[in-house]
Design a protein around this ligand. Structure first.
Ligand SMILES: Nc1nc2c(ncn2[C@@H]2O[C@H](COP(=O)(O)OP(=O)(O)OP(=O)(O)O)[C@@H](O)[C@H]2O)c(=O)[nH]1
Ligand SMILES: [Mg+2]
Length: 236
């Protein structure tokens, strides 16, 4: 009895989250802004990867950032210093962002230009994969320093990813990362997901990731024009 009640409540919370996530997604689509949910364990290079991508985004695509952290605004200050429009969310304990937090945050952002909203989720390879936050694209940052067995141990994140960025490949000579074993694990969960190798030390790979995202953002534009006149979203 106790277990059934607990399950019902959890299903209810997820329903409510998904409902708000749909609202966020429609609202951002109407603004011509692609929403990217960036997830990955602490220190895999989520913020570094964003900075690498920003160097290669076409001018007509404005980058917006929401930073999710348990505490601190270190990443947000870093990005703002570099001229990026960034907004900080602190969860004070929660291991992931949820849709109501994003719904609240976008009320505080000037979203007047088309672009891409990158939401750096709380550093965690488990919880963020379970909660939709209104994203069009789930971008998983994975790194060779984590070891090649991660797809086998943390399958949900790899299964849900629309794009995987394999980071820190400059460290390949110093580690025993088994790329074949890693890719076999990824493919068993996610047959077609693109995997891009990047490095902040050599700068390789970011251009290709930026191009892939820019293409998705431009497809959003086409979709919006197609449905022109159907958007009457009132936010807030
Ligand atoms: N060698 C190497 N180091 C990297 C690379 N990318 C990131 N790092 C380093 O990894 C550390 C963590 O990078 P961050 O970008 O802060 O990682 P994060 O995932 O945003 O971390 P949290 O926000 O704390 O979860 C930093 O010291 C980076 O300099 C890379 O491609 N190669
Ligand atoms: Mg970070």
């Amino acid at each position: 009895m106790h277990d059934i009640r607990k399950l019902d409540m959890q299903a209810g919370i997820l329903d409510e989250n998904d409902h708000i996530a749909d609202h966020v997604n429609e609202h951002m689509s109407a603004h011509g802004i692609l929403v990217v949910n960036e997830m990955g364990a602490p220190g895999v290079g989520k913020t570094t990867t964003l900075k690498g991508i920003f160097k290669h985004l076409p001018e007509e695509i404005k980058p917006y950032v929401i930073e999710g952290d348990i505490e601190s605004d270190i990443d947000t200050v870093d990005l703002k210093d570099k001229g990026i429009d960034a907004y900080q969310i602190n969860t004070y304990g929660a291991c992931h962002l949820d849709a109501p937090m994003i719904d609240h945050a976008i009320d505080h952002m000037d979203l007047s230009k088309r672009g891409i909203l990158f939401i750096e989720n709380v550093g965690n390879l488990v919880c963020p994969a379970e909660f939709s936050i209104g994203e069009h694209v789930m971008m998983l940052i994975s790194t060779i320093t984590e070891g090649s067995d991660k797809p086998y141990k943390y399958p949900l994140a790899f299964e849900k990813a629309d794009i995987i960025v394999l980071n820190k490949v400059d460290l390949m000579p110093y580690l025993d990362f088994d790329e074949e074993f890693y890719m076999k694990g990824v493919r068993a969960l996610n047959k077609d997901v693109p995997v891009f190798k990047v490095s902040s030390k050599t700068g390789e790979g970011y251009k290709e990731v930026a191009e892939w995202l820019a293409k998705r953002a431009s497809e959003l534009e086409i979709k919006e024009h197609h449905h022109e006149g159907e958007h009457h979203h009132h936010h807030g």
